[in-house]
Design a protein around this ligand. Structure first.
Ligand SMILES: [Zn+2]
Length: 340
């Protein structure tokens, strides 16, 4: 099959379009012909080099396609079935997996990170990863969903324990996590403030349910949040930006408020005054991916049309390098998809 592989870490130039052997399913596995694989910032981190990645390596976490072969031990699947894949790998038998907390499993990793991913034509996965999709969802749309909706659901529902009517600040309206978080917060009738670098993105965020938009190039986020909330601040900040926004996120919280973070796109090193944390009784929560339960819950609202999928642009798999360069330019609103 054709695949995009990296043989060394570096910039977009290390992405190689090449032939690799077809994977073969075991009797307890499913072989999926990949029709779409969405990009995430994780692809850029893995390409640049993070621990635990064995070379050569196939990137790509968010996969949709058709079942090509079903292992003989499995029932309930058939060839040609349209599916998306849960974007993670876990042992599925330890105490954490058995309890439904797959992210705490010692083997837990993301497809395309600790194991090969979907920037290729075929992939073999366990049955637990395979989720049938409705006819009205295109492969590009289906691939745009799993990682970001699972992540945002875990952040808001499991970690920050969002309650009806709270005020939520979602950073980065045009990012995949931002798009998912706005819609999930809306499900809880939250008042949503979001940020983006241009008015077009803010208008699109409003169409998804954001009540207020802040252009972060024109305004200081915390000042605008104070103005919008009549100096109260927000209950929850959905963070994934990191260094560039952490101080503003802290200042945007009301006393007792929570920052929940799943990423550090602008850098991982932050500093803050510990007195601000304890005196205002703030909570800073880490969140990493989500459980299979989170994914199935979020997908119900995708499949019934409550949550909108947002695909910015599709590239042929052979042009993955151009897709990475486009992602680095931060022009997109929504997901960038590769088509093998
Ligand atoms: Zn496990």
């Amino acid at each position: 099959m054709k695949a995009i592989r990296i043989h060394e870490f570096g910039g977009p130039e290390v992405l190689r379009y090449e032939d690799v052997p077809d994977p073969r399913p075991r009797k307890d596995q499913v072989l999926v012909r990949i029709r779409a694989c969405a990009l995430n910032h994780l692809d850029l981190w893995v390409r640049g080099g993070i621990p635990g990645v064995k070379l050569p390596h196939i990137l790509g976490s968010d996969i949709a396609g058709e079942i090509a072969e079903v292992g003989e031990y499995l029932t309930g699947f058939h060839e040609g079935q349209r599916v998306l894949l849960a974007p993670m790998h876990f042992c599925n038998h330890c105490e954490y997996c058995a309890a439904g907390s797959q992210t705490l499993c010692r083997e837990f990793t993301v497809l395309g990170n600790g194991v090969d991913g979907g920037n290729c034509e075929l992939i073999v996965v366990p049955a637990v990863n395979v989720i049938p999709i409705p006819e009205h969802l295109s492969f590009d749309e289906a691939a745009s969903v799993p990682l970001v909706f699972l992540t945002a659901w875990h952040m808001l529902v499991d970690r920050a324990r969002i309650r009806h009517g709270q005020t939520v600040l979602v950073l980065g309206a045009g990012s995949g996590v931002g798009i998912a978080a706005i819609q999930i917060a809306k499900l809880f009738h939250a008042r949503i403030i979001t940020t983006a670098g241009d008015e077009k993105k803010l208008a699109k965020a409003a169409a998804l349910g954001a009540d207020f938009g802040i252009n972060h190039y024109q305004h200081k986020i915390s000042q605008e949040v104070r103005r919008i909330t009549n100096k109260e601040g927000v209950d929850i900040v959905v963070e994934h930006v990191g260094e560039a926004t952490w101080g503003e996120s802290m200042k945007s919280l009301k006393p007792g408020g929570t920052i929940v973070t799943c990423g550090a796109t602008t850098g991982p090193n932050i500093a803050f005054d510990l007195r601000f944390l304890f005196a205002r009784q703030l909570s800073f929560l880490g969140s990493y991916m989500g459980t299979m339960g989170d994914l199935h819950q979020a997908l119900k609202f995708v499949f019934d049309g409550t949550f909108k999928t947002v695909v910015d642009r599709a590239f042929p798999l052979a042009e993955t390098r151009a897709a990475h360069e486009y992602m680095q330019s931060s022009q997109m609103f929504g997901k960038i998809v590769l088509n093998p």
